[in-house]
Structure formats: C-alpha cells, structure tokens
Write a protein that binds this ligand. Sequence first.
Ligand SMILES: Nc1nc2c(ncn2[C@@H]2O[C@H](COP(=O)(O)OP(=O)(O)OP(=O)(O)O)[C@@H](O)[C@H]2O)c(=O)[nH]1
Ligand SMILES: [Mg+2]
Length: 287
Amino acid sequence: MLRKLYPHTGKSQVVGITGPPGIGKSTLIGNLSSLLAESGNRVSILAIDASSPYTGGSLLGNRIRMQESLWKSGIYMRSLANRGYKGGLSDSALGAVSILDASGSDFIIIETVGAGQADLDIMNLADTTVLVLAPGLGDQIQAIKAGIMEIADIFVVNKMDREGSYFAMKDIEETLSLDERRKFKREVVGATNADLESYRDLLEAINRHRDFLKGEDQMGKKRLEYGLKWVLETELNEKIIEPIVRSFHENSLLEDSKTNFYEKVENLLENIDLTDIIEELTNRTDD
Ligand SMILES: Nc1nc2c(ncn2[C@@H]2O[C@H](COP(=O)(O)OP(=O)(O)OP(=O)(O)O)[C@@H](O)[C@H]2O)c(=O)[nH]1
Ligand SMILES: [Mg+2]
C-alpha cells in the first residue's frame, strides 16, 4: 500500500516538535495548528508517546473532547505509542507520515520528547525541527540530547509568561551565535499560552524555514534518505539476515561453538557483487 501511495507524497512540510516532558509541546501544537487551519491549511498531528492532552487553548478537560475540538477544525490527530517494539516506532512514523502526506496534508506535525535514539531518528523525518524549551533552561539543556540541539532549526522559549523568559531567549541566542557557518540562520522565538497571537512568530519562522528549504531544493530530502535507509534495512533484515540466522539454527550450526561465523559470513559476502546491486538500484527509470 505504501509503495502505491508513494507517488502521491512529497507535498507536505513535516514539522518535528521536540522538547522535555511537560514543557508545553502539546499545548503549543494545538494552538499552532489552529492558526494554520484558520489560514486554510490542512494540518495533521502525530504524537509519539504523548502523555498529556491537546488542549487547543484551554487548560482542563477531557482528552477526547479536546481532540474532538481539533477534529472539528479539520485537524487530524493521533498518537503512536508502540515504543518498545524493535524499530516499531520509527517504522510506523514513516508509514503514517507517508499516508498523511498522500492524503493532502499541508503540514504534518510530529511531537516527541526528544529522549533516546528513536526520537532522534524520527526527527530525521522532519523537514523542519523545532526544539521547545522554557525559562530555567540550564537543567533542561543538560537533560535533552545534545544531538537534538544540533539538528534543531528553530528554538522556542515556551511559557513566556514565566519569569526569566527573555533571559532564556538571550541565553540560547548566544549559544547559537557561536555557530555561524550554517546557511540557515537559526532563530529563537517566544510563545505563551496566555497570548494565542504569540504563536505567530513560530509560524513565521516555520514559513521562513520552508522558503529556505525550497530555495536550496532540500524540501523532503531528509525524508527520502530516511526512507531509503529504513526500507533497505527492513527488507534486508527480513529477506536475508533472518533466513540465514534461521538456517544456522536449523542446521545446528549454533550448537557447535567452533562454527566460525566470521569466516562463513565473509565467504558469503565475497560472492555478492555489490556494484551490480547498486547499479540496479540507481538505474533511473520513469516508474
Ligand atoms: N505557564 C504556562 N504553562 C503552560 C504553557 N503552555 C502549556 N503550559 C502548561 O504546561 C503543562 C504541560 O503542557 P503540555 O502541553 O501537556 O506539555 P507537553 O510538553 O506536551 O508534555 P508531555 O507530552 O507530557 O511531554 C500543562 O499544565 C499546560 O497547561 C504556557 O505558555 N505557560
Ligand atoms: Mg504532549
């Protein structure tokens, strides 16, 4: 199904929103999505292991009811909570993004807490990565992976209604100015649930990043590489590695501690002509 959908993909801007637990990601995404939907965009939200509800502006209330309010403005939202399965999360995220893209989403917003390798992987799906922090961020920066800081395109200081927020913005700006070699000038914007208009700065930053990517012909390129690696790894594992390991079992080769699997694998690989495979895969065809 994904293979057939593929030709219909490539129109969405995938925006990854990441940051420590409880920093206000879901609230921010709810408000940002409403702004985007108001101006006629189709918005889809994928929340990875989301622990708290999409508030869409109000602070309390039943999670289902809140999600209904998003659905009413034409925003699709669902969570993917299958962390723990081998590769399950990254696999379902890639598939879900493809389906939402093919179905006509202008924006696909992915929420993750930015902890662990799975989250870093998923951020490689995003055209635009937004890191959400809040005042008092010394500890937060310690807590999140440095890798996320590296791949973020836009930084948000959330909860601007709190003390120390301007200081926090300046703090991040100073960190970023140390790194001026990047082509895209990374910026820091503020946001607060106390003023829904404050999310417009983030929206404009996301638009600027999209213009940059288009100008560099980089829109969707990260996703292409991610998809290629993912599909290759999955297929190779399923069609080659697993059958080989199974046949080692079936032929009791693993019971014999003398089985030199280094040698066996090396012999096998010597007989595979990688250049043939690469040529086959890189031959451009019209379909
Ligand atoms: N003061 C203040 N509180 C906020 C703001 N935005 C969100 N919050 C509160 O912060 C708490 C966490 O908000 P969420 O949006 O659920 O945060 P999250 O980052 O999605 O949390 P997880 O999904 O659990 O990681 C809630 O109690 C929100 O009401 C804000 O701008 N200012
Ligand atoms: Mg959340």
